[in-house]
Ligand binder design. Structure first.
Ligand SMILES: *Cc1c(COP(=O)(O)O)cnc(C)c1O
Length: 225
């Protein structure tokens, strides 16, 4: 199916309160323009170099979402360029984001990434680390937390539902508290294979790549993060 048709069929499954992010990693500017032509303005990338290249080549009215593991030494390249960093996954990264945004007089909007499936291969903090990172975020002047993000383990529908529902409970719980700098506005979860389940469990931001652009082809066994 053509990209434009893919967008239309994905959008049919997405209520208006849910933000659809087109995950364009590895995809060309030409392909991204097709998606843009359907009205989509939220694009997700997982590599800093690819992201900054594409920002230079693509339309200005796009909201860029950084969804990959963010190395501390690369934070400086994305300051002021992305609308949301989905992957705050450590205190040291928080410190660096605060430092770089402060130096530019800008404020970063971030999601805390939760490793809800406790997988060693994945980034994100464990649930028991949440209080510590929240406390640190409350002290920041140039970082605002806007919600949570998760990449769940592969599994069957029931297993997916269980992880999504645990994320929703955590998001609700944190949302009821009155923290400084922290607001539970977005719950970013759900990808091509499971975004409908994620939405039914309370996601309001889904990140869809292959369901829009078709299969990704990686050269040189590039690793996905
Ligand atoms: C690649 C990626 C996606 C999109 O995955 P698809 O299965 O292609 O929809 C979503 N979230 C993150 C963090 C990704 O890296």
């Amino acid at each position: 199916m053509a990209i434009v048709d893919n967008v239309v069929s994905v959008q049919k499954n997405i209520p208006s309160n849910v933000t659809l992010i087109a995950v364009s990693k590895t995809k060309s500017i030409e392909e991204m323009k097709e998606v843009y032509s359907t009205g989509i303005r939220d694009f997700g990338e997982n590599k800093v170099q690819e992201l900054t290249f594409k920002i230079g080549e693509f339309y200005d009215d796009v909201r860029w979402h950084f969804i990959g593991h963010l190395q501390r030494n690369k934070v400086k390249y994305i300051v002021g360029k992305v609308s949301l960093i989905h992957t705050l996954d450590s205190l040291r990264l928080l410190e660096e984001i605060e430092k770089q945004y402060k130096a530019s007089g800008l404020t970063a909007e971030v999601l805390i990434e939760i490793n809800i499936g406790r997988e060693e291969s994945k980034s994100g903090i464990y649930i028991e680390q949440i209080d510590e990172i929240i406390e640190a975020c409350e002290k920041c002047s140039n970082v605002k937390v806007k919600g949570l993000m998760a990449i769940i383990p592969k599994g069957n529908e029931a297993e997916c539902r269980e992880y999504f529902s645990r994320m929703k409970q955590l998001w609700d719980k944190l949302g009821q508290r009155n923290y400084e700098n922290i607001e539970m506005k977005y719950l970013s979860m759900g990808m091509t294979g499971d975004y409908e389940i994620a939405i039914s469990e309370g996601s309001n931001m889904v990140r869809v790549g292959e369901g829009i652009f078709g299969k990704r082809i990686y050269l040189n066994k590039q690793k996905e993060e």
